[in-house]
Design a protein around this ligand. Structure first.
Ligand code: NAI
Length: 425
Protein backbone atom coordinates (compact mmCIF):
# COMPACT_ATOMS: atom_id res chain seq x y z
CA UNK A 1 0.00 0.00 0.00
CA UNK A 2 2.70 2.48 -0.98
CA UNK A 3 0.46 5.36 -2.06
CA UNK A 4 -2.02 5.40 0.80
CA UNK A 5 -4.66 3.04 -0.65
CA UNK A 6 -4.68 -0.75 -0.92
CA UNK A 7 -3.67 -2.14 -4.30
CA UNK A 8 -7.10 -3.78 -4.69
CA UNK A 9 -8.46 -0.49 -6.03
CA UNK A 10 -6.25 -0.52 -9.11
CA UNK A 11 -6.06 -3.20 -11.81
CA UNK A 12 -2.42 -4.21 -11.70
CA UNK A 13 0.40 -2.63 -9.66
CA UNK A 14 2.84 -4.36 -12.02
CA UNK A 15 1.99 -1.79 -14.72
CA UNK A 16 3.57 1.04 -12.71
CA UNK A 17 6.85 1.14 -14.60
CA UNK A 18 5.35 1.40 -18.09
CA UNK A 19 2.81 3.92 -16.76
CA UNK A 20 5.56 6.05 -15.33
CA UNK A 21 7.42 6.05 -18.66
CA UNK A 22 4.27 7.20 -20.47
CA UNK A 23 3.57 9.95 -17.95
CA UNK A 24 7.12 11.25 -18.39
CA UNK A 25 6.70 11.22 -22.19
CA UNK A 26 3.49 13.32 -22.00
CA UNK A 27 5.06 15.60 -19.40
CA UNK A 28 7.59 16.73 -21.99
CA UNK A 29 4.73 18.29 -23.99
CA UNK A 30 3.25 20.04 -20.95
CA UNK A 31 5.34 23.16 -20.32
CA UNK A 32 2.78 24.96 -18.16
CA UNK A 33 2.38 22.10 -15.68
CA UNK A 34 6.16 21.64 -15.65
CA UNK A 35 6.61 25.32 -14.77
CA UNK A 36 3.91 25.05 -12.11
CA UNK A 37 5.59 22.00 -10.57
CA UNK A 38 8.71 24.12 -10.06
CA UNK A 39 6.74 27.05 -8.69
CA UNK A 40 4.61 24.95 -6.35
CA UNK A 41 7.68 23.11 -5.04
CA UNK A 42 8.95 26.48 -3.84
CA UNK A 43 5.63 27.99 -2.72
CA UNK A 44 3.86 24.88 -1.33
CA UNK A 45 0.32 26.32 -1.74
CA UNK A 46 -1.30 23.04 -0.62
CA UNK A 47 1.01 22.25 2.30
CA UNK A 48 -0.73 19.87 4.69
CA UNK A 49 -3.96 19.79 2.64
CA UNK A 50 -5.96 16.84 1.35
CA UNK A 51 -7.03 17.20 -2.28
CA UNK A 52 -9.69 14.79 -3.61
CA UNK A 53 -9.77 14.59 -7.40
CA UNK A 54 -12.28 12.91 -9.69
CA UNK A 55 -10.77 13.02 -13.18
CA UNK A 56 -10.18 10.85 -16.25
CA UNK A 57 -7.21 8.76 -15.15
CA UNK A 58 -4.93 9.51 -18.08
CA UNK A 59 -1.29 10.47 -18.60
CA UNK A 60 -2.15 14.16 -18.60
CA UNK A 61 -4.09 13.84 -15.34
CA UNK A 62 -1.10 12.10 -13.81
CA UNK A 63 1.05 15.13 -14.63
CA UNK A 64 -1.51 17.37 -12.89
CA UNK A 65 -1.52 15.10 -9.84
CA UNK A 66 2.28 15.35 -9.65
CA UNK A 67 1.98 19.15 -9.70
CA UNK A 68 -0.48 19.08 -6.80
CA UNK A 69 1.87 16.83 -4.87
CA UNK A 70 4.75 19.20 -5.60
CA UNK A 71 2.59 21.87 -3.96
CA UNK A 72 2.41 19.84 -0.76
CA UNK A 73 -0.99 18.16 -1.21
CA UNK A 74 -1.91 14.64 -0.21
CA UNK A 75 -3.93 13.55 -3.26
CA UNK A 76 -6.70 10.97 -3.55
CA UNK A 77 -7.79 10.23 -7.12
CA UNK A 78 -10.94 8.51 -8.37
CA UNK A 79 -11.90 8.07 -12.02
CA UNK A 80 -14.51 10.39 -13.53
CA UNK A 81 -15.30 7.72 -16.13
CA UNK A 82 -14.22 4.08 -15.75
CA UNK A 83 -14.05 3.66 -19.55
CA UNK A 84 -11.26 6.22 -19.86
CA UNK A 85 -9.09 4.87 -17.04
CA UNK A 86 -5.59 3.91 -18.19
CA UNK A 87 -4.61 1.12 -15.78
CA UNK A 88 -0.88 1.64 -16.25
CA UNK A 89 -1.27 5.28 -15.22
CA UNK A 90 -3.35 4.34 -12.17
CA UNK A 91 -0.58 1.91 -11.17
CA UNK A 92 2.19 4.48 -11.64
CA UNK A 93 0.36 7.04 -9.52
CA UNK A 94 -0.51 4.50 -6.83
CA UNK A 95 3.18 3.62 -6.56
CA UNK A 96 4.03 7.22 -5.71
CA UNK A 97 3.96 8.33 -2.10
CA UNK A 98 1.10 10.59 -1.24
CA UNK A 99 -1.36 9.48 -3.93
CA UNK A 100 -4.29 7.21 -3.08
CA UNK A 101 -5.74 5.86 -6.34
CA UNK A 102 -9.19 4.37 -6.67
CA UNK A 103 -9.51 3.64 -10.38
CA UNK A 104 -9.77 0.53 -12.47
CA UNK A 105 -10.82 0.42 -16.14
CA UNK A 106 -14.29 -0.96 -16.79
CA UNK A 107 -15.65 -1.12 -13.22
CA UNK A 108 -19.43 -1.08 -12.81
CA UNK A 109 -21.54 1.79 -11.55
CA UNK A 110 -21.50 0.60 -7.93
CA UNK A 111 -17.70 0.37 -7.81
CA UNK A 112 -17.44 3.72 -9.62
CA UNK A 113 -19.34 5.53 -6.85
CA UNK A 114 -17.64 3.46 -4.14
CA UNK A 115 -14.27 4.68 -5.49
CA UNK A 116 -15.42 8.31 -5.38
CA UNK A 117 -16.60 7.90 -1.78
CA UNK A 118 -13.26 6.32 -0.85
CA UNK A 119 -11.35 9.22 -2.43
CA UNK A 120 -13.04 11.54 0.07
CA UNK A 121 -11.13 9.78 2.85
CA UNK A 122 -12.15 9.51 6.51
CA UNK A 123 -11.68 13.12 7.48
CA UNK A 124 -12.67 14.61 4.10
CA UNK A 125 -10.71 16.78 1.67
CA UNK A 126 -9.69 20.42 2.06
CA UNK A 127 -10.00 21.01 -1.68
CA UNK A 128 -11.59 19.10 -4.57
CA UNK A 129 -11.08 18.94 -8.33
CA UNK A 130 -14.02 17.49 -10.21
CA UNK A 131 -14.84 16.64 -13.82
CA UNK A 132 -18.58 16.35 -14.26
CA UNK A 133 -19.73 16.96 -10.68
CA UNK A 134 -19.98 13.40 -9.32
CA UNK A 135 -17.48 13.98 -6.53
CA UNK A 136 -19.08 17.25 -5.43
CA UNK A 137 -22.45 15.52 -5.54
CA UNK A 138 -21.31 12.50 -3.50
CA UNK A 139 -19.74 14.84 -0.97
CA UNK A 140 -23.03 16.67 -0.43
CA UNK A 141 -25.31 13.63 -0.46
CA UNK A 142 -23.26 10.97 1.35
CA UNK A 143 -20.52 12.74 3.28
CA UNK A 144 -22.17 15.88 4.63
CA UNK A 145 -20.25 15.16 7.84
CA UNK A 146 -16.98 16.31 6.21
CA UNK A 147 -18.42 19.30 4.30
CA UNK A 148 -17.27 21.86 6.93
CA UNK A 149 -13.66 20.94 6.17
CA UNK A 150 -13.92 21.63 2.42
CA UNK A 151 -12.60 25.07 1.44
CA UNK A 152 -13.70 24.84 -2.17
CA UNK A 153 -13.44 23.10 -5.50
CA UNK A 154 -12.53 23.50 -9.15
CA UNK A 155 -14.78 22.03 -11.86
CA UNK A 156 -13.42 21.37 -15.33
CA UNK A 157 -16.46 20.64 -17.51
CA UNK A 158 -19.60 22.46 -18.58
CA UNK A 159 -21.84 19.68 -17.29
CA UNK A 160 -20.25 19.84 -13.82
CA UNK A 161 -20.52 23.63 -13.75
CA UNK A 162 -24.22 23.42 -14.63
CA UNK A 163 -24.80 20.92 -11.82
CA UNK A 164 -22.96 23.12 -9.31
CA UNK A 165 -25.00 26.14 -10.45
CA UNK A 166 -28.23 24.23 -9.89
CA UNK A 167 -27.03 23.25 -6.40
CA UNK A 168 -26.14 26.88 -5.66
CA UNK A 169 -29.53 28.07 -6.92
CA UNK A 170 -31.23 25.70 -4.47
CA UNK A 171 -28.96 26.84 -1.66
CA UNK A 172 -27.50 23.32 -1.48
CA UNK A 173 -23.88 24.10 -2.39
CA UNK A 174 -21.71 24.16 0.73
CA UNK A 175 -18.51 25.70 -0.66
CA UNK A 176 -17.25 27.91 -3.52
CA UNK A 177 -16.69 26.21 -6.88
CA UNK A 178 -14.48 27.74 -9.57
CA UNK A 179 -15.80 27.10 -13.09
CA UNK A 180 -12.62 26.29 -15.03
CA UNK A 181 -14.44 24.99 -18.10
CA UNK A 182 -14.81 28.21 -19.99
CA UNK A 183 -12.02 30.77 -19.83
CA UNK A 184 -10.94 32.77 -22.91
CA UNK A 185 -7.57 30.97 -23.03
CA UNK A 186 -9.19 27.55 -22.70
CA UNK A 187 -11.71 28.31 -25.44
CA UNK A 188 -8.91 29.43 -27.74
CA UNK A 189 -6.56 26.54 -27.09
CA UNK A 190 -9.08 23.77 -26.47
CA UNK A 191 -11.93 24.55 -28.87
CA UNK A 192 -10.01 26.21 -31.65
CA UNK A 193 -6.58 24.57 -31.75
CA UNK A 194 -7.27 21.27 -29.95
CA UNK A 195 -10.55 20.52 -31.71
CA UNK A 196 -9.25 21.88 -35.01
CA UNK A 197 -6.37 19.45 -35.16
CA UNK A 198 -8.04 16.43 -33.59
CA UNK A 199 -11.15 16.64 -35.78
CA UNK A 200 -8.98 16.56 -38.88
CA UNK A 201 -6.99 13.72 -37.25
CA UNK A 202 -10.23 11.76 -36.71
CA UNK A 203 -11.42 12.54 -40.24
CA UNK A 204 -8.19 11.28 -41.80
CA UNK A 205 -7.88 8.17 -39.63
CA UNK A 206 -11.47 7.10 -40.27
CA UNK A 207 -11.77 8.01 -43.97
CA UNK A 208 -8.17 7.51 -45.11
CA UNK A 209 -8.61 10.24 -47.76
CA UNK A 210 -6.07 12.75 -49.07
CA UNK A 211 -7.29 16.14 -47.93
CA UNK A 212 -5.21 18.24 -50.34
CA UNK A 213 -7.39 19.52 -53.15
CA UNK A 214 -10.65 18.33 -51.57
CA UNK A 215 -13.65 20.59 -51.12
CA UNK A 216 -14.48 20.60 -47.39
CA UNK A 217 -17.73 22.12 -46.18
CA UNK A 218 -17.72 23.21 -42.53
CA UNK A 219 -21.02 24.08 -40.91
CA UNK A 220 -20.59 26.48 -38.00
CA UNK A 221 -17.74 29.02 -37.86
CA UNK A 222 -17.62 29.30 -34.06
CA UNK A 223 -14.62 28.61 -31.82
CA UNK A 224 -14.40 25.01 -33.09
CA UNK A 225 -15.26 25.71 -36.74
CA UNK A 226 -12.51 28.33 -37.05
CA UNK A 227 -9.88 25.82 -35.92
CA UNK A 228 -11.18 23.03 -38.14
CA UNK A 229 -11.30 25.38 -41.15
CA UNK A 230 -7.71 26.57 -40.57
CA UNK A 231 -6.39 23.01 -40.21
CA UNK A 232 -8.24 21.81 -43.33
CA UNK A 233 -6.96 24.76 -45.33
CA UNK A 234 -3.46 24.14 -44.00
CA UNK A 235 -3.57 20.65 -45.50
CA UNK A 236 -4.55 22.02 -48.90
CA UNK A 237 -8.33 21.67 -48.78
CA UNK A 238 -10.67 24.16 -50.43
CA UNK A 239 -12.85 25.18 -47.49
CA UNK A 240 -16.47 26.35 -47.76
CA UNK A 241 -18.31 27.68 -44.71
CA UNK A 242 -22.02 27.60 -43.89
CA UNK A 243 -23.35 29.77 -41.05
CA UNK A 244 -26.55 31.23 -39.61
CA UNK A 245 -24.87 34.14 -37.79
CA UNK A 246 -24.04 37.08 -40.09
CA UNK A 247 -21.12 38.23 -37.89
CA UNK A 248 -19.45 34.81 -37.87
CA UNK A 249 -20.13 34.51 -41.62
CA UNK A 250 -18.52 37.92 -42.25
CA UNK A 251 -15.49 36.82 -40.24
CA UNK A 252 -15.22 33.73 -42.46
CA UNK A 253 -15.44 35.81 -45.64
CA UNK A 254 -12.77 38.22 -44.40
CA UNK A 255 -10.49 35.29 -43.64
CA UNK A 256 -10.77 34.24 -47.26
CA UNK A 257 -13.29 31.41 -46.98
CA UNK A 258 -16.22 31.10 -49.34
CA UNK A 259 -19.52 31.33 -47.47
CA UNK A 260 -22.72 29.90 -48.90
CA UNK A 261 -25.86 28.06 -47.81
CA UNK A 262 -25.65 24.37 -47.11
CA UNK A 263 -28.18 23.77 -49.87
CA UNK A 264 -25.74 25.37 -52.34
CA UNK A 265 -22.70 23.68 -50.80
CA UNK A 266 -24.23 20.19 -50.73
CA UNK A 267 -23.55 19.30 -54.40
CA UNK A 268 -20.03 20.79 -54.21
CA UNK A 269 -18.59 19.26 -51.05
CA UNK A 270 -16.48 16.13 -50.86
CA UNK A 271 -16.24 16.30 -47.06
CA UNK A 272 -18.86 17.74 -44.68
CA UNK A 273 -18.03 18.58 -41.06
CA UNK A 274 -20.62 19.91 -38.64
CA UNK A 275 -19.55 22.03 -35.65
CA UNK A 276 -22.66 23.99 -34.73
CA UNK A 277 -23.87 22.67 -31.36
CA UNK A 278 -27.28 22.65 -33.06
CA UNK A 279 -29.44 19.82 -34.48
CA UNK A 280 -30.50 18.54 -37.94
CA UNK A 281 -27.94 20.56 -39.85
CA UNK A 282 -27.14 18.03 -42.60
CA UNK A 283 -30.46 16.57 -43.69
CA UNK A 284 -31.93 14.20 -46.31
CA UNK A 285 -32.42 17.16 -48.64
CA UNK A 286 -28.65 17.77 -48.66
CA UNK A 287 -27.74 14.08 -48.89
CA UNK A 288 -29.97 13.76 -51.92
CA UNK A 289 -27.67 16.02 -53.97
CA UNK A 290 -24.25 15.14 -52.53
CA UNK A 291 -21.47 13.77 -54.70
CA UNK A 292 -20.63 10.09 -54.82
CA UNK A 293 -18.10 9.31 -52.06
CA UNK A 294 -18.91 12.35 -49.93
CA UNK A 295 -17.67 11.98 -46.33
CA UNK A 296 -19.85 13.10 -43.40
CA UNK A 297 -18.35 13.85 -39.98
CA UNK A 298 -19.59 15.61 -36.87
CA UNK A 299 -17.48 17.61 -34.40
CA UNK A 300 -20.35 18.91 -32.25
CA UNK A 301 -20.98 17.55 -28.76
CA UNK A 302 -24.12 15.54 -29.53
CA UNK A 303 -24.79 13.17 -32.43
CA UNK A 304 -27.73 15.18 -33.72
CA UNK A 305 -26.07 17.46 -36.28
CA UNK A 306 -26.09 14.93 -39.13
CA UNK A 307 -29.50 13.33 -39.63
CA UNK A 308 -28.26 9.74 -39.42
CA UNK A 309 -31.76 8.32 -39.41
CA UNK A 310 -32.49 10.06 -42.72
CA UNK A 311 -29.33 8.55 -44.17
CA UNK A 312 -30.39 5.10 -43.01
CA UNK A 313 -33.79 5.62 -44.61
CA UNK A 314 -32.32 6.84 -47.91
CA UNK A 315 -29.86 3.94 -48.11
CA UNK A 316 -30.64 0.80 -50.09
CA UNK A 317 -27.54 -0.91 -48.66
CA UNK A 318 -25.17 -0.26 -45.76
CA UNK A 319 -21.56 -1.47 -45.68
CA UNK A 320 -20.46 -1.17 -42.07
CA UNK A 321 -16.82 -0.77 -41.08
CA UNK A 322 -15.39 -0.21 -44.56
CA UNK A 323 -12.65 1.27 -42.37
CA UNK A 324 -12.55 1.55 -38.57
CA UNK A 325 -15.27 4.05 -37.61
CA UNK A 326 -16.50 4.47 -41.21
CA UNK A 327 -19.76 3.08 -42.63
CA UNK A 328 -20.72 3.39 -46.31
CA UNK A 329 -24.35 4.05 -47.23
CA UNK A 330 -25.40 3.20 -50.79
CA UNK A 331 -28.26 5.26 -52.18
CA UNK A 332 -30.83 4.25 -54.78
CA UNK A 333 -28.88 5.79 -57.67
CA UNK A 334 -25.66 3.96 -56.70
CA UNK A 335 -23.95 6.90 -54.99
CA UNK A 336 -22.26 6.07 -51.69
CA UNK A 337 -21.91 8.40 -48.71
CA UNK A 338 -19.37 7.64 -45.99
CA UNK A 339 -20.53 8.35 -42.42
CA UNK A 340 -17.77 8.60 -39.82
CA UNK A 341 -18.11 7.59 -36.15
CA UNK A 342 -21.87 7.05 -36.59
CA UNK A 343 -22.28 10.82 -36.55
CA UNK A 344 -20.77 11.04 -33.04
CA UNK A 345 -18.01 13.43 -32.12
CA UNK A 346 -15.35 12.35 -34.59
CA UNK A 347 -12.18 13.47 -32.80
CA UNK A 348 -13.01 11.49 -29.66
CA UNK A 349 -14.37 8.38 -31.37
CA UNK A 350 -11.94 8.04 -34.28
CA UNK A 351 -8.89 9.81 -32.80
CA UNK A 352 -7.58 10.48 -29.29
CA UNK A 353 -9.26 13.76 -28.41
CA UNK A 354 -6.97 16.53 -27.31
CA UNK A 355 -3.18 16.25 -27.29
CA UNK A 356 -1.18 16.87 -24.06
CA UNK A 357 -0.38 20.47 -25.01
CA UNK A 358 -4.09 21.28 -24.84
CA UNK A 359 -4.61 19.48 -21.55
CA UNK A 360 -1.53 21.29 -20.27
CA UNK A 361 -3.38 24.58 -20.49
CA UNK A 362 -6.69 23.24 -19.25
CA UNK A 363 -5.09 21.56 -16.22
CA UNK A 364 -2.63 24.42 -15.70
CA UNK A 365 -5.56 26.79 -15.32
CA UNK A 366 -7.22 24.34 -12.91
CA UNK A 367 -4.04 24.01 -10.83
CA UNK A 368 -3.58 27.79 -10.66
CA UNK A 369 -7.25 28.21 -9.74
CA UNK A 370 -6.94 25.58 -7.00
CA UNK A 371 -3.84 27.27 -5.55
CA UNK A 372 -5.66 30.61 -5.61
CA UNK A 373 -8.66 28.99 -3.93
CA UNK A 374 -6.44 27.53 -1.20
CA UNK A 375 -5.50 31.06 -0.15
CA UNK A 376 -8.72 32.92 -0.92
CA UNK A 377 -11.63 30.57 -0.19
CA UNK A 378 -12.72 32.53 2.87
CA UNK A 379 -13.50 35.56 0.70
CA UNK A 380 -15.78 33.57 -1.60
CA UNK A 381 -19.46 32.71 -1.16
CA UNK A 382 -20.76 29.15 -1.55
CA UNK A 383 -21.53 29.71 -5.21
CA UNK A 384 -20.03 29.12 -8.67
CA UNK A 385 -17.30 31.66 -9.51
CA UNK A 386 -15.40 32.35 -12.74
CA UNK A 387 -11.65 31.79 -12.94
CA UNK A 388 -10.04 35.12 -11.98
CA UNK A 389 -8.94 36.91 -15.15
CA UNK A 390 -5.30 37.20 -14.12
CA UNK A 391 -5.08 33.40 -13.80
CA UNK A 392 -5.99 33.07 -17.47
CA UNK A 393 -3.38 35.67 -18.43
CA UNK A 394 -0.83 34.06 -16.10
CA UNK A 395 -1.36 30.65 -17.75
CA UNK A 396 -0.87 32.19 -21.21
CA UNK A 397 2.23 34.04 -19.99
CA UNK A 398 3.83 30.89 -18.55
CA UNK A 399 3.20 28.91 -21.75
CA UNK A 400 4.62 31.72 -23.89
CA UNK A 401 7.71 31.80 -21.66
CA UNK A 402 8.11 28.03 -21.90
CA UNK A 403 7.84 28.27 -25.69
CA UNK A 404 10.45 31.03 -25.76
CA UNK A 405 8.05 33.72 -27.00
CA UNK A 406 8.39 37.13 -25.37
CA UNK A 407 5.90 39.97 -25.41
CA UNK A 408 6.21 43.67 -24.69
CA UNK A 409 4.88 45.40 -21.55
CA UNK A 410 3.01 48.68 -21.43
CA UNK A 411 5.24 51.59 -20.40
CA UNK A 412 4.03 53.78 -17.49
CA UNK A 413 3.22 56.50 -20.08
CA UNK A 414 1.16 54.06 -22.15
CA UNK A 415 -0.66 52.87 -19.04
CA UNK A 416 -1.48 56.46 -18.10
CA UNK A 417 -2.62 57.21 -21.67
CA UNK A 418 -4.93 54.21 -21.76
CA UNK A 419 -6.38 55.05 -18.35
CA UNK A 420 -7.10 58.67 -19.28
CA UNK A 421 -10.21 60.04 -21.01
CA UNK A 422 -8.34 63.10 -22.33
CA UNK A 423 -7.44 63.22 -26.01
CA UNK A 424 -3.86 62.38 -26.96
CA UNK A 425 -2.87 65.83 -28.26
P1 NAI B 1 -19.90 28.33 -31.03
O1 NAI B 1 -21.19 28.76 -30.44
O2 NAI B 1 -18.69 29.17 -30.85
O3 NAI B 1 -20.07 28.08 -32.61
C1 NAI B 1 -21.15 27.43 -33.21
C2 NAI B 1 -21.43 28.16 -34.52
O4 NAI B 1 -22.37 27.38 -35.26
C3 NAI B 1 -22.03 29.54 -34.30
O5 NAI B 1 -21.26 30.52 -35.00
C4 NAI B 1 -23.44 29.40 -34.86
O6 NAI B 1 -23.90 30.59 -35.48
C5 NAI B 1 -23.26 28.30 -35.88
N1 NAI B 1 -24.50 27.57 -36.22
C6 NAI B 1 -25.53 27.24 -35.40
N2 NAI B 1 -26.46 26.57 -36.10
C7 NAI B 1 -26.01 26.48 -37.37
C8 NAI B 1 -26.53 25.91 -38.56
N3 NAI B 1 -27.70 25.27 -38.58
N4 NAI B 1 -25.80 26.00 -39.70
C9 NAI B 1 -24.59 26.64 -39.71
N5 NAI B 1 -24.06 27.20 -38.61
C10 NAI B 1 -24.76 27.13 -37.46
O7 NAI B 1 -19.65 26.87 -30.47
P2 NAI B 1 -18.29 26.03 -30.47
O8 NAI B 1 -17.53 26.33 -29.24
O9 NAI B 1 -17.65 26.17 -31.80
O10 NAI B 1 -18.86 24.54 -30.30
C11 NAI B 1 -19.61 23.92 -31.34
C12 NAI B 1 -19.93 22.50 -30.91
O11 NAI B 1 -18.73 21.76 -30.74
C13 NAI B 1 -20.66 22.39 -29.57
O12 NAI B 1 -21.54 21.29 -29.63
C14 NAI B 1 -19.56 22.09 -28.59
O13 NAI B 1 -20.02 21.42 -27.42
C15 NAI B 1 -18.69 21.19 -29.43
N6 NAI B 1 -17.32 21.06 -28.98
C16 NAI B 1 -16.67 19.97 -29.44
C17 NAI B 1 -15.38 19.74 -29.07
C18 NAI B 1 -14.69 18.54 -29.57
O14 NAI B 1 -13.64 18.17 -29.01
N7 NAI B 1 -15.20 17.91 -30.61
C19 NAI B 1 -14.63 20.67 -28.19
C20 NAI B 1 -15.38 21.85 -27.83
C21 NAI B 1 -16.69 22.01 -28.21
Amino acid sequence: MPGGAPDEYIADPGLAEVGDRRIRYSERSMPLLTALARRFTAERPFAGMNVAACLHVTRETAVLVRVLRAGGARVALAASNPLSTQDDIAAALAAADGVAVFARAGVDRRAYYEHIALALGDGGPDLVIDDGGDLVNTLHTERADVLPRVRGGVEGTTTGVLRARRMAAEGALAFPVIAASDTPVKRLVDNTHGTGQSVIDGLLRASGILLAGKTVVISGFGTCGVGIADCARGLGARVLITEVDPVRALDAVLRGFRVLTLADAAPLGEVFITATGSAEVVTAEHMAVMRDGAVLANAGHFDVEIDVRALQTLAVAVYPDVRPHADAFELRDGRRLLLLAEGRVVNLVAAEGHPPEVMDLAFGIEALALAWLAGNSEKLSADVHPVPQDIDAEAARLVLAALGAEIDSLTPAQRAYLASWHSGS
